[in-house]
Design a protein around this ligand. Structure first.
Ligand SMILES: Nc1ncnc2c1ncn2[C@@H]1O[C@H](COP(=O)(O)OP(=O)(O)OP(=O)(O)O)[C@@H](O)[C@H]1O
Length: 606
C-alpha cells in the first residue's frame, strides 16, 4: 500500500507530541478547529478594528513554522531527463511529402511519453471526464454566415489519421468550444473564441490547423539555406504553455506527416535551431524567442497560412504587444485575409479587441459560457485570513484535505502567491514542515521550472507553489485544489488561476485567502462567485458594498457593465484606430494598459 505525504504528516504528528522532522502540528493535536468564519469586524466596516478583533484562524502565527530544520529537497531532485528543453524531443518522422522534412528520423510515439502515474489515478482519469457538465452552457456566435456547429467528431471531415489520434487521446465527444470552433475554422474563417478554462480550446485550434496543413502539404516552400518556413504559427505567453501546446499538437498530428516544433526563451537556442532546420510545419513559440529567430533570419513567416494566438490577453498583460505586432505586422507574414487567424482565451478584456480588429478579417466571434466567467465545476471558497496567519492556515487546509478525504490521497494542490520571493519562502516553509512542495516562478532557471512541473505532475511533489507563470493554460489533470494564498489584483487572473482545477468536466476546489489588502478584489470576486452560483460569505458582500463606494477598484470589470458575452463589433462605442487602449471607456480598463507589469507580477517568461 502506498503512503501519501499527508499520511506521513499525520503519522509523524501522532507518533510524537514534539515532531522531530516537522514543526507543523495538525489542528486536532493543537485542540483548535479549522475555521473559515468571517472576521467579526467585517460587519463593522472598520479596517483598523478588523486587524485587532480578528481571531487567529488555524493555529500559531506563521513565524512559528519557520526555520526549524534543514529543508528536505522534495521538488528539486532530478526527475528523469528533460526532453523538452531546447525545443522538442525530436519528434521527427516527417514523411516524404512536402518541403519541410525530417530526413531519416523515426517519429517518436508521443502517446508513450505521457507522465508515469499511479495506476489507480490513471483509471480515475479515464472515467472522470464528464463533458455533459457543459451541455447546457450558453453559446453565442456572431459574424457573417457562421458555419453551423457539429454534435460529434464523426460529422467533421478530419481524415483517418486525425480520427485515430482523437481515439488515442480518448476524445469521444467534442466539447462545446470544439463543436463550434472546429467547423468555423475548417471553413476557413477567422475566429475569436472565448471559452472557459479547461474546456478544450487547444484541440479546438490545433485540429483545424493540422487538417488544413495536411490538405496543403504539397505547397511549395522556398528553399533558403538555414531558414525555416512554417505554415502555422501558434503564439503563447509562457514557456510552459508553449511546451504543453507543442506536446498536445504532436499527439494530434502523430503519423499525419505534420511536423511541430517549439521555440521558447530560457533554453539553448542551438537545439531549437537544429530542430527548425529539420523542417517545421507548425511552430509553437513565445513572442520573445520568435523575434530573436526572425531577426537572425532563421525563421520566415512568408508561408504562414494559420496564425493562432492563445491567451492573447495575457501576452498583452506581459508587455508583449510590441513583439506581437512586430511578428504579425512588420515581418513577412501574409496580411489578414491571406492567412487564417484564430484568437483564443478564457477572458477577453477590451484591449484585446484592438488586436482582433487589426489582425483578423471578417471574423466569427464565439463565446461559450459567459466570457471571463469561471466554470461551475469549481467550488469556490473565500476565507478571511490575516497576513500573519496565512502559512498556518494553509498547512491546516493541506492537512484537512486528507483528513476529510475530499480529494483522495494523491491529488495535487497548486498554491498561488504574488511574488517570486514569496514563492521561495512558502516552498521552504512547507518543506521544513513536512509538506512536499516545490515551486515555479520567473527567477528559477528554465530547467528548474520544468523539473518542478514534472515532479508536481507526476505526484512526486504534490504541492506546487507558483506565481502567475503557472496561471494560464497549464493542463495538469489531477489538480484538485487551487489556493490563492495571495489574491491577484485582477479578477481575470483569478479566473485563470482557479481554472487550473475543475478541468475537462471534472470538479475542483478553489480557496482564496482574503484580507484588508485585497479590498479592490471584494466586488469583482463577489460578483464572479455569485455568477458561478457560489456561496458568497456575508462579510465579503459587505466588503464589496464598501469597496464599490470609492474603493479605488482598478479591476477591468469594475464599472458595472460586463464586457463579456457579446461581440464588441456590435457596440457603437468601439472606434477602430481610436484610443481603445487608453482611458477607462465603459469598462474600467486602466489607462496605462498595453505594456509593463502590474505590481509584483513576475516577468521575463519568454
Ligand atoms: N473532446 C474532448 N474529450 C475529452 N477530453 C478533452 C477533449 N478536449 C479536450 N480534452 C481534455 O481537456 C483538458 C483541457 O483542455 P485544454 O487544456 O485544451 O483546455 P483550455 O480550454 O485550453 O484551458 P485553459 O483556458 O486553461 O487554457 C485537456 O486535458 C484535454 O486533453
Amino acid at each position: 500500500m502506498t503512503t501519501s505525504w499527508a499520511d506521513s504528516v499525520d503519522n509523524s504528528a501522532k507518533a510524537s507530541v514534539r515532531p522531530t522532522r516537522s514543526a507543523y502540528v495538525p489542528p486536532h493535536l493543537r485542540n483548535q478547529k479549522l475555521s473559515s468564519e468571517p472576521p467579526a469586524v467585517a460587519a463593522s466596516y472598520s479596517s483598523s478594528a478588523a486587524a485587532s478583533d480578528h481571531v487567529s484562524y488555524g493555529g500559531p502565527a506563521a513565524g512559528s513554522h519557520g526555520g526549524i530544520s534543514s529543508k528536505p529537497d522534495f521538488g528539486r531532485q532530478g526527475y528523469g531527463s528533460n526532453a523538452q528543453i531546447g525545443g522538442g524531443s525530436g519528434g521527427g518522422g516527417w514523411n516524404a511529402r512536402g518541403i519541410a522534412r525530417d530526413r531519416g528520423r523515426r517519429e517518436v510515439n508521443p502517446f508513450e511519453k505521457d507522465e508515469p502515474v499511479d495506476q489507480s489515478l490513471d483509471e480515475q482519469e479515464n472515467t472522470g471526464i464528464n463533458f455533459d457538465a457543459y451541455d447546457d452552457i450558453p453559446v453565442e456566435t456572431s459574424g457573417d454566415n457562421v458555419p453551423p456547429p457539429v454534435n460529434t467528431f464523426a460529422e467533421i471531415d478530419l481524415g483517418e489519421a486525425l480520427n485515430q489520434n482523437l481515439q488515442r487521446c480518448k476524445y469521444v465527444k467534442p466539447t462545446p468550444v470544439q463543436r463550434y470552433a472546429i467547423p468555423i475554422s475548417l471553413a476557413g474563417r477567422d475566429l475569436v473564441a472565448c471559452a472557459q478554462t479547461g474546456s478544450g480550446k487547444t484541440a479546438a485550434f490545433c485540429f483545424p490547423i493540422i487538417s488544413g496543413i495536411m490538405r496543403e502539404q504539397y505547397a511549395q516552400r522556398p528553399r533558403v539555406a538555414r531558414t525555416a518556413f512554417p505554415m502555422a504559427l501558434i503564439l503563447a505567453p509562457t514557456r510552459e504553455l508553449s511546451c504543453q501546446i507543442h506536446d498536445e499538437a504532436k499527439k494530434f498530428s502523430y503519423q499525419t506527416g505534420v511536423k511541430v516544433v517549439v521555440a521558447y526563451g530560457g533554453a539553448p537556442i542551438n537545439q531549437q535551431l537544429r530542430e527548425l532546420e529539420r523542417g517545421v510545419d507548425i511552430l509553437v513559440a513565445t513572442p520573445g524567442r520568435l523575434v530573436d529567430l526572425l531577426e537572425r533570419a532563421r525563421v520566415s513567416l512568408q508561408m504562414i497560412r494559420y496564425l493562432a494566438l492563445d491567451e492573447a490577453d495575457r501576452m498583452l498583460d506581459m508587455g508583449f504587444e510590441p513583439q506581437i505586432r512586430k511578428i504579425v505586422e512588420q515581418m513577412d507574414m501574409p496580411p489578414p485575409g491571406m492567412r487564417q487567424t484564430l484568437l483564443f482565451s478564457a477572458t477577453f478584456p477590451k484591449e484585446i479587441q484592438g488586436l482582433a480588429s487589426d489582425f483578423l478579417s471578417n471574423y466569427v466571434f464565439l463565446a461559450v459560457g459567459r466570457v471571463g466567467s469561471s466554470t461551475d465545476l469549481i467550488v469556490q471558497r473565500v476565507e478571511y485570513v490575516l497576513e500573519s496567519d496565512k502559512r498556518s492556515h494553509l498547512m491546516d487546509l493541506l492537512h484537512a484535505q486528507r483528513e476529510n478525504g475530499v480529494h483522495g490521497k494523491q491529488s495535487l494542490t497548486l498554491v498561488f502567491v504574488e511574488t517570486k520571493k514569496g514563492a521561495d519562502a512558502l516552498e521552504h516553509c512547507l518543506c521544513v514542515n513536512g509538506f512536499p512542495a516545490t515551486s515555479i516562478h520567473g527567477d528559477r532557471s528554465q530547467q528548474e521550472r520544468e523539473l518542478a512541473l514534472r515532479s508536481f505532475k507526476s505526484g512526486n511533489t504534490p504541492i506546487l507553489v507558483a506565481t502567475d507563470v503557472a496561471a494560464r493554460g497549464l493542463d495538469i489533470p489531477r489538480v484538485a485544489h487551487v489556493v490563492n494564498f495571495d489574491l491577484p489584483n485582477d479578477i481575470d487572473d483569478y479566473v485563470h488561476r482557479i481554472g487550473r482545477t475543475g478541468r475537462a468536466g471534472k470538479m475542483g476546489l478553489a480557496t482564496a485567502f482574503f484580507n484588508e489588502s485585497n479590498l479592490s478584489m471584494a466586488k469583482p470576486l463577489s460578483d464572479l462567485m455569485q455568477e458561478a452560483n457560489q456561496e458568497v460569505p456575508a462579510w465579503l458582500t459587505r466588503y464589496a458594498a464598501r469597496s464599490s463606494y470609492g474603493g479605488g477598484n482598478r479591476n477591468r470589470r469594475s464599472g458595472g457593465a460586463r464586457f463579456g458575452g457579446r461581440d464588441f463589433r456590435k457596440e457603437g462605442s468601439f472606434n477602430k484606430g481610436g484610443d481603445y487602449y487608453g482611458g477607462t471607456g465603459g469598462y474600467g480598463v486602466p489607462g496605462n494598459y498595453g505594456g509593463g507589469y502590474g505590481q509584483g507580477v513576475t516577468s521575463a517568461w519568454d
